[in-house]
Each structure stands twice: as C-alpha cells, then as structure tokens.
Design a protein around this ligand. Structure first.
Ligand code: UDP
Length: 560
C-alpha cells in the first residue's frame, strides 16, 4: 500500500476499534478485532470475536472503504464550504450594514468597489458608474427606529469629542497589497470654488476603506461671479484641476471621479445663467484626464447641503459608528445660504417642524431622520446686502446703500453674484450695536423656524463664516474651540462700539457679528448659554459638506 493509501486506511481505525497490522500483508491475513460495527454483519468465520481475511479480500474491502470515505469527504467539504461562504463576511449586503462597531478610524462608509476599473482603451470619460457603486438603498422603515428607543434624555456633559485618527502611517503591511484610491469634489460656493481631493486606502478587501488625507485648495471669486462670462469661470476650474493632477498619481487619473456641486451662488442665478456655467464646467471636466461620471456637475439642493455637512462632521468626530446614536448638530454659515441640521432627541421636534424641514437617509443599518433646513439669501454675504436693502434692488448703478452697521466714513463697492453694489456708512448719523441689531433683525424676523429642541443641550458644531468671524475677532484661535452664544453677542457689542479699532480686520465685522448673534438667538432660538464647537477642520479635514457628498457619490444615501 502506498503512502497516500495509508493515511485514509489509518483513519479507519477511528471507525473500527482496532486494526492489528501483521509484519507483512502478503504473508499474513489481516485481522480486525470484532467491533460493534463489524458485528452488525454476519460473521465470515466461526471464530468470533476476531475476523481474519485473506490479503486480496482485505485489499478489495479497503478499496471499497476508501471509495466510500472519499465520497463522504467530498460531500462533507462541499457542505463546509457552502456554510463558510454563507458567513456574513461573504454577503456584501449583510456585511455593509451589520459589521460595524464603534471604532476610531476614519472609515469610509461602504465602498466595496469604490472606483471604476480603468478600461483597456483608455476609458471613456462619460461612462456610467458601475452599479456596484450604488447598491439598492435599504428600504426605510415606516417608523424610524430613532423614535422608538431614544429617550428624551439630555446629556448635559457631552462626551469629549476626541476625533478619530485620520492618518495611519505605521499600519502593518497586510498580505493583501493595500489599494489607494481618490475622489475629487469641487465645492462651487457663492464666495469661492474649492477643491477637495480625498485619498482613501483599502487596507483589506473585506474591510471598509479608510480616509487617509485631504488636499484642499480654494479660489475666489465663486462661479456665480462669471454669469456673464462662463468661459472665464471654466478657467478657475482648470486651475484647480492642475492641483488635482499634481496630487493624484497619474496612473490613478482615469479611475478617479471628479464631481462638482454648486450651492447658493448658482441657486440665486437665473436657470439660464446657471446652466451656462455648469455646461462650461462639464466641458472642462471632459477635457481633463479624470473619470467624469454621469451627473458629475450639478446644483445641490439645500437639504443635501445640510445633511451631507452633518454626515461629514459626525463621521470626522466618530459619531456615525457609535451605537449610542449620540450625534452632533451642525451650523453652516455660507455666503449665500445658511444651514442647520441635527438628529432630534425628541419626537416633538419632527412633529412640530414643517415637513420640508426634515430629511431621511439610511446608513449602517440606521435610518436617520434629521431636522434640516437651508435658508437661501441668509448666508453672511447675502445677509449683508439684505441688511443694506440692496439684495434684489434695482438702480444699482446710482444707488448707495447705507447702514449704521458700517463705519461712518466707509464707502466702497462690493460684488456678489455678479452684481456690484455701492455701500457706505452713514457719515452724519449714528452707528453702533443697538441700531445695527435693529437693522439685521429685519433680515431674520419672520423667516426662521425655531426647532422645538434647539433650547436643549444638543451639541452643535459651527463652521464656515461662524468660524472665520470668531477667529478674526479673537473669540477662538486658528485651531478652533468652544464659545457660548452670548460670547458672540458680547463681541458684537465690542466691535460695533469700537468700529475704528476693528475696521482694518473688516469694515463689515460689526454687521457680521451682529447678524450672527441675531441669527443664533432670534433665528434658531438658541439660548445665551448654548455652547458651540467652532471648527474649520477636524483631524485635518475640512468641515464642509464635501466629504459627505463624496461618500454619497460612492454610495447613494437616498436622502429624501
Ligand atoms: O471646505 C470649505 C468650504 C467652505 N469654507 C468657507 O465657508 C464659507 C462658505 O461660503 P460659500 O461661498 O460656500 O457659501 P454658500 O454659497 O454655500 O452659501 C466660506 O467662507 C469658505 O471660506 C471653508 O472654510 N472650507
């Protein structure tokens, strides 16, 4: 018997109690002690309990047994394999939504196959995104889970929001060679266009990719300034694409998606003007070496802007993976619009909100129903012009718009949305906080909805112009920090009553700080004692809707 044959033979000893091997098979019959198994068969001789067979019969019997055993093993291995592959790790759908536990990595939500394969021919730039990028969204539960179990408990002392680490330079090299991929998101805002180049690392084929880093660059003015000259607007995009070409390795260009989402600036233009600019951007994208998906250039609606900024901030602060459902709200003050978004703790917040002020989406087996709203024309720059009575006014060629929020001797021309406005302080009049507050109130009163819960203790992250103004006036450092709503008010009073001192920073500082104070208190209804976390970046990644929009591109959140 050869070596291969011996092993299965020896395995038989576990089935038959004992095998006594003689010195030589050719000379001695093989003897098996009687075992309960063998005794089920009629005895072959009259000498129980041991059974002796001639070598040839033994070999035939062994061959039969081997054949039976092989069949068992084959069937068994099939069964085992089938069971193994039914394990959740091998069911992408199950894996995506149920494998997540709280962790501290900047993991990209569900990108199992995030970037298109480069086609052999060089790839068409307007091919459709493979379906795997946009798996069918999970059906939304009619009654969102959030309202079943979330007690109306407030958390007066919020957890320390230590953000997860972004960079993992010392990670051990896995046997699977890590795959790096990129996503390029353009934020076409009213005051500027920004490029966000995200680098992701797929460390393991069955694990979620990790956000490694972001390359960010901004350019002014925004695309809406080019409403009469879209080609020039296209040049600003070309300039930013040069940065993308330097950041993304050449071999990755063809499979790196490039997407542009425009916000308030383009929303405020006529459809024709906005379309002229978007068409130009599409052409610039098409001539770039990057992957241009369908719908790569569009105007984003206010709901998505609010929800995706909420996704970014909660992702970066590590709240999307937590099982506690404790999240943070966001306050975004752009140039043309302002957004508030949070996950209510109380059912009453949604019940008392206008239906257009709520949005649902699914992520990691959770359905979130958020309170969210974007107020168009209430961004900081639009609000300046509204306070001056200039927004939407005619006679821009000759009218001078004045305000007690501006230094008395200030006179200038400001441009916004492709229009130029003449503005000035009131040379012989009064200026100061009280008068200014009265003026900005008109831009807020009767426009804002105060969410039921905002007087509670939800934690809010405030960024964009909230951050910029707080930083410029010394409320916080470059690194950000926390302030109370009353700090904005205190600083606004100081700035407005000492306009000359603060004028070098910005002649609009009094108006801006007063507007922010009024917006927070009388617009959203925050208490003086509400603490706001001001952050331009979390873990070196911009707090903006752009990261959330990149996730949404890779895996459709079905925000509705
Ligand atoms: O990633 C970003 C995106 C925006 N901003 C700032 O946020 C404000 C947003 O203005 P935007 O023109 O985009 O406002 P919108 O048009 O969306 O209202 C500007 O001060 C930007 O400098 C920023 O700091 N980082």
């Amino acid at each position: 018997m050869d070596a291969v044959g011996v092993a299965p033979c020896q395995a038989l000893t576990s089935l038959y109690s004992v095998i006594k091997w003689p010195d030589s098979l050719s000379e001695h019959p093989l003897c098996l002690s009687a075992s309960p198994l063998l005794l089920q068969h009629p005895p072959l001789s009259s000498e129980p309990p041991s059974l002796c067979l001639s070598p040839s019969r033994v070999l035939i019997s062994m061959a039969n047994l081997l054949l039976t055993l092989s069949l068992w093993l084959l069937a068994g291995s099939h069964f085992v394999r089938a069971t193994y592959y039914r394990h959740h790790r091998y069911i992408p759908h199950f894996y995506r939504y149920r494998e997540h536990t709280a962790n501290t990595d900047n993991l990209l939500p569900d990108v199992s196959n995030p970037v298109p394969e480069v086609t052999q021919s060089g790839g068409s730039t307007n091919q459709e995104i493979p379906e795997v990028f946009h798996p069918a969204p999970e059906s939304v539960h009619p009654m969102p889970e959030v309202f079943h179990h979330v007690p109306e408990v407030v958390h007066p002392a919020p957890e320390s929001y230590l953000p997860p680490q972004v960079h993992h330079p010392a990670a051990p090299v896995p046997p699977f060679s890590s795959r790096v991929f990129y996503g390029i998101m353009f934020d076409a805002g009213s005051t500027g266009t920004r490029i966000h180049i995200y680098k992701f690392i797929q460390k393991d084929p069955v694990e979620l990719p990790v956000l490694d880093s972001e390359m960010y660059h901004a350019i002014k003015p925004g695309l809406s300034e080019y409403k009469y000259n879209p080609e020039e607007g296209g040049n600003t995009i070309r300039q930013l694409l040069k940065i993308a070409k330097k950041t993304v390795p050449e071999e990755e260009w063809k499979r790196t998606p490039v997407v542009l989402r425009a916000t308030a600036g383009l929303r405020l233009l006529t459809e024709e003007q906005a379309e002229g600019i978007l068409k130009e951007v599409r052409e610039v994208f098409e001539e770039s070496p990057f992957y241009v998906p369908i719908n790569s250039v569009s105007i984003m609606n206010g709901i998505n802007e609010g929800v995706l900024a909420w996704v970014t901030v909660n992702f970066l602060t590590g709240h999307l993976y937590s099982n506690t459902r404790r999240t943070v709200g966001i306050l975004d003050l752009g140039g043309g619009s302002t957004q508030i978004t949070f996950l209510p703790k109380s059912k009453k917040t949604i019940e008392t909100a206008p239906s257009s002020y709520t949005a649902r989406f699914s992520l990691f087996n959770n359905t979130y129903e958020l309170y969210t709203h974007s107020y168009l024309k209430n961004g900081l720059i639009a609000a300046r012009l509204a306070t001056l009575g200039a927004l939407g006014a005619d006679g821009l060629d000759w009218k001078v718009f004045t305000s007690p929020c501006l230094p008395k001797k200030y006179r200038a021309e400001v441009t916004f949305g492709g229009n130029t406005y003449k503005v000035s302080g009131i040379p012989d009049g009064y200026a100061g906080y009280k008068l200014c507050y009265y003026e900005v109130q008109r831009v807020i009163k009767g426009i804002f909805h105060q969410p039921y819960e905002v007087k509670g203790t939800n934690v809010f992250y405030a960024f964009s112009h909230y951050f910029d103004r707080a930083n410029e006036t010394g409320l916080i450092s470059e690194r950000g920090g926390t302030v109370e709503v009353r700090d904005f008010k205190k600083k606004a009073k100081e700035v407005c009553n000492k306009m000359t001192k603060y004028r070098p920073i910005s002649p609009f500082l009094c108006m801006d700080m007063t507007y922010i104070t009024c917006l927070l208190k009388e617009g959203f209804g925050f208490k003086d004692s509400t603490v706001l976390h001001l952050a331009k970046k979390v873990n070196n990644v911009e707090t903006s809707w752009a990261l959330g929009a990149t996730f949404d591109f890779f895996r459709n959140f079905n925000i509705h």
